[in-house]
Design a binder for this molecule. Structure first.
Ligand SMILES: NC(=O)C1=CN([C@@H]2O[C@H](COP(=O)(O)OP(=O)(O)OC[C@H]3O[C@@H](n4cnc5c(N)ncnc54)[C@H](O)[C@@H]3O)[C@@H](O)[C@H]2O)C=CC1
Ligand SMILES: O=C(O)C(=O)COP(=O)(O)O
Length: 388
């Protein structure tokens, strides 16, 4: 039985795919794998048995990815599985940033006049806001969400200028030909009437929206942040709003200072909170974990290479190791000494780390111990045919 620990509420539509070989609980202390959404794992002390963590979602900044790599724990995410949900909320945010709908609704609740209609007609002039048609949307980060937002904005009649120095081939294929490609973020900042950011939070992107970058933007720019709080410097944003450099800030990642600042709309991290997205993410995360635990296959990992091999033998030995010379010779030698014949072997590297799968019909019980003794080997595991 594999033990799966849930660190957040995960859609049952996904969890039920685990099947009979699995127990799922939020209380295990010796789990084989974790499935998580936004719960922070930086202070979590992983049990020795933990082999994998699946983030049912996109952002992995709640997971200590480097420390996991050092321990041979594979970290997965579910690319694109919640992108449509986020795109729809970003479009909602785009309209809310423009038309004073939120302010108008709040004001309507305060009307005490018996003639409600008359009060509305007299008061509505306070809530005039511009149309988005014909305006320019700047998109920083053209991944699953950025591309979906850019394409939708084109269909809504906007001009779109996008920036992503690391755009994937898949994303580039999906991007509307009408999106202007910027070669620097500054170009986007200068041209945008509306700016939306869809990049991961990391050292490079931290504080990317700050007083210097805001100073490059048009006066009255409207900024949307459905990516992460760390991308925007809160103090600089509040100052820019007060000086009316920024007309509106709409974010899924608020804090106590922002929530009470005029012209800020804070949503409580609702981007991926749709049944469709929760199911998509859970299904994808469960499928990834099952294929790794049962077959050693790795797909959609953020810290290990992609390795997917069909099973054809009685045993599979899976080795996570450093990407250094001589490792394959070490494994082949260990197999030879134990009289184990290699039927199939695949090795892939990603940065400092590498992963090797060796398929065999023979098994010497202590092969993993022998392999793990060698410098550079992080973790070895045998998966028997009985499991699949
Ligand atoms: N509000 C919410 O509930 C959600 C928020 N998110 C956030 O949105 C982010 C993006 O999600 P996806 O589009 O699914 O991820 P993705 O990985 O498909 O796209 C991210 C894109 O950012 C680009 N990028 C990285 N560094 C960049 C830089 N310095 N400048 C410009 N582009 C850069 C990458 O090349 C990639 O194309 C996630 O990392 C997460 O933080 C994701 C899902 C839900
Ligand atoms: O996928 C992401 O990066 C998200 O921010 C979604 O977070 P959630 O799964 O809704 O807690």
């Amino acid at each position: 039985m594999y033990k799966i620990k849930t660190m957040n509420k995960i859609s049952n539509e996904g969890l039920k795919l685990f099947g009979d070989l699995y127990e799922v609980d939020d209380k295990f202390e010796d789990e084989d794998a974790i499935i998580v959404r936004s719960a922070k794992l930086h202070d979590y002390d992983p049990p020795h048995n933990l082999k994998a963590i699946a983030r049912a979602g996109a952002g992995v900044n709640n997971i200590p990815v480097d420390a996991c790599s050092d321990k041979g724990i594979v970290v997965f995410n579910t690319p694109g599985a919640n992108a449509n949900a986020v795109k729809e909320l970003v479009l909602c945010g785009l309209f809310l940033s423009s038309r004073k709908v939120v302010e108008g609704i709040e004001w309507a609740k305060t009307i005490e006049d018996d003639d409600f209609g008359k009060a509305v007609e007299a008061g509505k002039k306070q809530f005039v806001g511009p149309e988005i048609d014909g305006k320019t949307l700047g998109v920083i980060g053209l991944g699953a969400i950025g591309v979906a937002v850019a394409n939708a904005a084109i269909k809504l009649g906007m001009h779109v200028v996008g920036y992503d120095p690391y755009i994937s081939v898949k994303a580039a294929w999906g991007l509307s030909k009408w999106v202007k490609h910027a070669t620097t973020p500054e170009e986007v900042y200068r041209e945008a009437d509306y700016l939306t950011i869809h990049v991961p939070a990391n050292e490079e992107t931290k504080n990317m929206i700050n007083k210097k970058t805001i100073a490059l933007m048009k006066r009255d720019v409207r900024i949307l942040n459905f990516a992460r709080d760390a991308l925007v410097n809160t103090e600089d944003m509040i100052t820019a709003l007060k000086k009316e450099q920024v007309a509106k800030y709409v974010t899924d990642f608020g804090n106590k200072d922002l929530v009470n600042t005029p012209n800020v709309i804070v949503m409580p991290h609702l981007g991926a909170s749709t049944p469709e997205s929760e199911e998509n993410c859970a299904r994808m995360a469960v499928t990834e974990l099952k294929d790794f635990l049962e077959n050693g296959n790795i797909q959609n990992s953020v810290n290990m290479p992609t390795v997917v091999e069909a099973r054809a033998t009685n045993y599979r030995v899976c080795i996570i190791h450093k990407n250094i010379p001589n490792m394959l010779a070490v494994f082949a030698n260990a197999f030879a000494k134990k009289g184990m014949n290699i039927e199939n072997m695949v090795n892939k590297a990603r940065g400092d780390i590498a992963y090797t799968i060796i398929d065999t019909n023979d098994l010497s019980e202590d092969i993993t111990k022998v392999i793990e003794k060698h410098d550079g080997v992080i973790r070895a595991r045998v998966i028997a045919k009985a499991v699949f």
